[in-house]
Design a binder for this molecule. Structure first.
Ligand SMILES: N[C@@H](CCC(=O)N[C@@H](CS)C(=O)NCC(=O)O)C(=O)O
Length: 219
């Protein structure tokens, strides 16, 4: 049995980002479900592993890592046969890192600021400002994709998989308009051709969206 354990739940975009990268690397791992809706991330056992009580959480033979971005960088550095998904070239790596930080601080936070109050405290009224932040995230991403097939250049990197896991969940708050955002639409279509993408991402994203659809009121 593999020594790699991923703790998470499929409705979580950062968990799906890790699952996508594990599949891209063809790495076997154990998946332990942590049901956030039942509060399992606040159990004594989980808090010992991650006092920040977030998923995903990776346990690689006793090395515990939280945060999807830290996890996927580690997985590629440690296990990949090539550096394609996370280039070692400093300039390319800096650009991939920039997109990862964009994902962590702009894209994902625009989603979490709506869905954490909803899932964890039943807050369904969403100020317009929070929806505007989602729109802003779409705009930035469309710009990143203006001249390239992927978020950094013309090859797939971990930044694509992290951004895609979140972008495919954002329609729970604000539909992705294909006319306004043709580059994002085409990029998602490109990613959906990856043999593992639908199973590892889209099923969880659909589940996530179905919780939010029709349940939010913009105020
Ligand atoms: N930046 C973190 C965000 C992780 C995160 O916020 N995960 C959510 C689920 S999508 C969570 O665990 N929420 C529970 C909580 O914050 O208590 C990452 O990329 O892993």
């Amino acid at each position: 049995m593999s020594n790699i354990i991923l703790y998470g739940t499929d409705i979580s975009p950062p968990v799906r980002a890790c699952k996508l990268v594990l599949k891209a690397l063809d790495l076997p791992y154990q998946y332990k479900n942590v049901d956030l809706l039942k509060g399992e991330h606040h159990s004594e056992e989980f808090l010992k592993k991650n006092p920040q009580h977030t998923v995903p959480l990776l346990d690689d033979n006793g090395l515990i890592i939280s945060d999807s971005h830290a996890i996927v960088c580690y997985l590629v550095d440690k296990y990949a046969n090539s550096d394609e998904l996370y280039p070692k070239n400093l300039g390319k790596r800096a650009l991939v890192n920039q997109r990862l930080y964009f994902e962590a601080t702009v894209l994902f936070m625009s989603l979490k600021n709506v869905c954490a109050p909803f899932f964890l405290r039943n807050v369904s009224n969403v100020p317009q400002e929070k929806v505007d932040n989602v729109e802003q995230g779409y705009k930035h991403l469309e710009n990143f994709l203006a001249n390239d097939l992927y978020v950094v250049g013309d090859t797939l990197t971990i930044a694509d998989l992290c951004c895609a896991a979140t972008v495919s969940s954002l329609p729970g708050v604000l539909e992705l308009d294909p006319v306004k955002y043709p580059k994002i639409t085409a990029w998602l279509e490109r990613l959906s051709q990856l043999p593992y993408y639908k199973e590892e991402n889209d099923l969880g994203a659909e589940q996530f969206i179905s919780h939010l659809k029709g349940a939010l009121t913009i105020v």
